[in-house]
Design a protein around this ligand. Sequence first.
Ligand SMILES: [Zn+2]
Ligand SMILES: [Zn+2]
Length: 123
Amino acid sequence: MIFFFVGGADQAQKPIGVYNNVICPSCGMLTRYEISKTYSYFHLFFIPTFRWNVRYLVTTGCCGNLYELDPEIGRKFERKQNPEIRNEHLRPLSQYVSFKSCSGCRAKVDTGYSFCPYCGQKL
Ligand SMILES: [Zn+2]
Ligand SMILES: [Zn+2]
């Protein structure tokens, strides 16, 4: 019997809305945030089976800087609860791109992870 395993992990990003009348933390202009949601998902035969690593991203309308939004605020925004988005809810994504090493297996792991994707160690 030949068994084909057609599955894998993928990443998706979808815009969820715009937050108006904010002062850009990067350049000080009156601007708006374009908010999108990204997540990893596992698919099997092209059917997404589960999602993890859900993150909310903010792009400033003025200078195009990218931030990661506090997930609590992101969820509220997605549910149209009109949360106030303050500067402390934003994390510049240049920090996000940096890596840390896992204490369990020493793998280089993206700082966006709470658990090591290789060995499951809490980071
Ligand atoms: Zn700006
Ligand atoms: Zn590890």
